[in-house]
Design a protein around this ligand. Structure first.
Ligand SMILES: [Zn+2]
Length: 200
C-alpha cells in the first residue's frame, strides 16, 4: 500500500534501483511476532505442530502463478517429503487447504532499504493448544537466473512448521542474504528435518 501512496514515478525509480541491485537481500517482513489472524506467536513457535498428516495444500490464485513458480513449489514440497522420509507429506486439494499458496507476478520492493521480498509466510496458531491451524504462503516474482533450487519455497514452507530464521550462510532459513542454494546442506539444516521426522 505504501507503494501506491508514493505514486508511480517513485515506484519506477524504486524498481530501477531494485533491478540494478539484483540479486538483492531477502529481508522478509515475516516475524515470529506476526500473525495475520492477530494472534501473537510466542517464542516457542518451534514447539508448535500440525495435528495431522498429510497436509493439504492449494494454489488460491493459480492464474497468477507462473508455471515455473508451480514447478518450484511442487519441487519444494517433494524435497521436504524426501528429507523427512515422508513423515511429513502433502496432498493437493482444490478445496480448503491447510497450506494455501498465493502467487504474485509483481515484485515486492521495499523503498526504505531497497530490498525485495521474495516470499512471506503467515501462520495461524491455536490460542488453546500448540496446534498450527493453517498457513498462507505468499510467493512474489523474482527468481534470479541460475538459482533453480526452490530454496525460497522451502524456506517459506518451513515457516509454516514454526521454523524460525537463523544466520548461518548455508542455511535455508537464513534471511539476511539471497541464498541461491544448490540443495539442502544436511550438515547445517539436517537438524530441522530430523525434528520434523521426529515430530510427525
Ligand atoms: Zn523467512
Amino acid at each position: 500500500m505504501k507503494l501506491l501512496l508514493t505514486g508511480g514515478c517513485i515506484l519506477l525509480v524504486a524498481l530501477a534501483i531494485a533491478i540494478l541491485n539484483y540479486p538483492v537481500d531477502t529481508q522478509e517482513p515475516y516475524s515470529e511476532n506476526l500473525s495475520y489472524t492477530g494472534l501473537v506467536v510466542d517464542e516457542k513457535s518451534d514447539l508448535r505442530y500440525w495435528s495431522h498428516m498429510p497436509l493439504t495444500y492449494n494454489y488460491s490464485n493459480e492464474d497468477e502463478c507462473y508455471p515455473l513458480r508451480i514447478n518450484r513449489t511442487e519441487w519444494a514440497l517433494n524435497e521436504i517429503e524426501k528429507l523427512t522420509e515422508s513423515q511429513v507429506s502433502f496432498v493437493h486439494t482444490e478445496g480448503k487447504a491447510d497450506i494455501s499458496f498465493v502467487c504474485s507476478k509483481n515484485s515486492l520492493v521495499n523503498l526504505a532499504d531497497r530490498t525485495e521480498t521474495l516470499g512471506e509466510a503467515e501462520v495461524e496458531y491455536s490460542l488453546r493448544s500448540p496446534r498450527i491451524m493453517s498457513a498462507k504462503i505468499y510467493l512474489y516474482s523474482g527468481i534470479p537466473q541460475g538459482c533453480d533450487y526452490p530454496d525460497v519455497e522451502i524456506h517459506e514452507i518451513l515457516h509454516a512448521f514454526g521454523e524460525k530464521h537463523n544466520t548461518h550462510p548455508q542455511s535455508v532459513m537464513n534471511v539476511v542474504q539471497w541464498r541461491c542454494l544448490k540443495g539442502i546442506n544436511t550438515s547445517v539444516d539436517g537438524v530441522i528435518f530430523d525434528r520434523l521426522k521426529y515430530t510427525y
